[in-house]
Each structure stands twice: as C-alpha cells, then as structure tokens.
Design a protein around this ligand. Structure first.
Ligand SMILES: [Zn+2]
Length: 158
C-alpha cells in the first residue's frame, strides 16, 4: 500500500507492539533503541503486529543507531519479512533527522514503514511516536531517492 497525497493511510499498532516499543525505548534510554516491525497492509491502513528489538552497536549510541549485524540479518530473514524500521530519539521529538533520511537508501524495498519513538515529556511518561511511509522515487538511472511521508499513527484499542 502506498501513501497517495491527501489520502494517507494510518499506521496502526497492536497494543502489544505499542507496549513493546515503549518498553524497549525506555530500557535503552539514554541510548537509542532500534528494531524491526512486522505486519501487513490491511483494510483501514497498515497494521503492525510484531516488534523485534535489535541491539544498537553504534559507536555513539546516545545519538545514533546501528543494528547489530547478526541480529539484523536474522531479522531480515524472518518470515514474514519485516516491513518497517523502528528507532528512538531519546533526547528529541520523533521527527526524522538528516542522518535518518540519508540512511533510507540502505534499506531494502521491503521496508515501507518508518517509526520513531521518543520518551514522554514531564510527568506524562507515555512515549510519543512518529509514523512515516517510505516513498521511493526512481530516477531514469534506476536509482531511488527515498523520502518519508508522515502518516497518522495510533495504537488499536484492546
Ligand atoms: Zn533518528
């Protein structure tokens, strides 16, 4: 399912996925957390039903994420294969950074969804999530220049 301008399908998280994402990002704090999302396009928008956390082996895990290669490869061979990438911004809102955008070219086309999580502010400790579709335009040389299109993201009610 692709996001068409003006008609962007929501990204929906199963409650267990929302909890797993929140738990992982808080347990990794102040480091960035990362992992992959499994799910499928469904009536009413993309439905994410599984989260697979991956260790972050970035040299500077406070400000970057690099999925642990062995865990990453294992996750890619998961059946069904992952459709989304998750990482956290422990110190900033869940908006894509310049590094996030340049990292999109390294992702296979099976990745359609990009989710960023941030810890809640103040007394409210509920994490915030930013959800995006990865939109790939191919130029005449067949090179893709992926960009992110923001989508509504919310957890399903139990
Ligand atoms: Zn980021």
């Amino acid at each position: 399912m692709t996001a068409i301008q003006g008609d962007i399908q929501p990204i929906r998280l199963k409650p267990s996925v929302q909890q797993a994402l929140g738990k992982h990002l808080l347990s990794c704090y102040p480091h960035e957390a990362c992992g992959v999302l499994l799910g499928a396009a469904a009536a009413g928008g993309m439905l994410i039903d599984t989260y697979v956390p991956i260790s972050n082996v970035a040299p500077d895990p406070l400000h970057a994420f690099v999925p642990q290669p062995r865990e990453w490869i294992k996750a890619l061979y998961n059946v069904p294969s992952p459709i989304g990438l998750f990482h956290s911004h422990p110190h900033s809102p869940p908006l894509p950074s310049a590094a996030d955008l340049s990292g999109l070219t390294a992702l296979g086309t099976e990745f359609q969804i990009y989710v960023i999580g941030s810890p809640g502010q103040g007394d409210n400790n509920v994490p915030n999530f930013g959800g995006y579709y990865i939109d790939r335009q191919f130029d005449i040389n067949g090179r893709s220049s992926p960009r992110l299109i923001q989508a509504p993201i919310y957890a399903l009610l139990k």
